[in-house]
Write a new protein. Structure first.
Length: 200
């Protein structure tokens, strides 16, 4: 099943770039606390006009972040409590699945090498960390155009744990920013499945 825009290569390329941009941007929130520049950009009401995904859920999440008017201090504290090295949440695939992390990381590292993916600012993170996997998903979408490869990566990796991870983050987040990040991530992943024709 395809939609009219999937039949148009230029339109598909635009949507691929939009999705990759959104996923790369979101992956940063899982890797480091937002700095003042990032916070100012997301808190700017004009952000609703520049966010690459235009669906209602994404626009509502952007508005939620903008309306929060939260400080860098508050977001640093949230990041440290939930996501950072001493945070309470599980951020890696192996933590959720119970799979041998060494073997899983080796498999993922091979996937990344074969696709020419060099993770930015997450070199020290485990290869199965959600920030690394979201970045790789963005890379696959924008560089390969291979729907089956994208669907397979989702099924074999992100789909195994990301729903639960986002549920946990939403349940524990106290800032509008991180609640908004949860909603934006869900929306971006839903758009990936639409792009690749995965309606399961």
């Amino acid at each position: 099943m395809t939609t009219s825009w999937q039949d148009s290569l230029p339109e598909r390329k635009v949507r691929s770039v939009q999705l990759a941009t959104a996923l790369y941007s979101l992956s940063r929130f899982y890797a480091e606390a937002p700095n003042r520049e990032v916070l100012a950009r997301f808190a700017d009401p004009a952000m609703a006009q520049t966010w690459p995904l235009r669906d209602p859920a994404s626009l509502a999440a952007i508005a939620e972040i903008a309306d929060g008017h939260e400080s860098v201090y508050a977001l640093n504290a949230e990041f440290a409590a939930l996501i950072g090295p001493s945070g309470s949440l599980r951020l890696t695939e192996s933590e959720f699945t119970g799979e041998d992390p060494l073997q899983l990381v080796q498999v993922l590292a091979q996937h990344y090498r074969e696709a020419g993916y060099a993770s930015q600012k997450t070199q020290s993170y485990p290869r199965d960390h959600v920030a690394v996997e979201l970045g790789f998903l963005a890379h696959l979408i924008v560089t390969t155009g291979d729907d089956e490869r994208v669907r397979r990566f989702l099924r074999e990796h992100l789909d195994r744990y990301v729903v639960e991870l986002l549920d946990e983050l939403e349940a524990h987040a106290r800032t509008a920013t991180y609640r908004g990040v949860v909603h934006l991530t869900r929306a971006a992943l839903a758009r990936v499945k639409e792009l690749t024709g995965d309606y399961e």
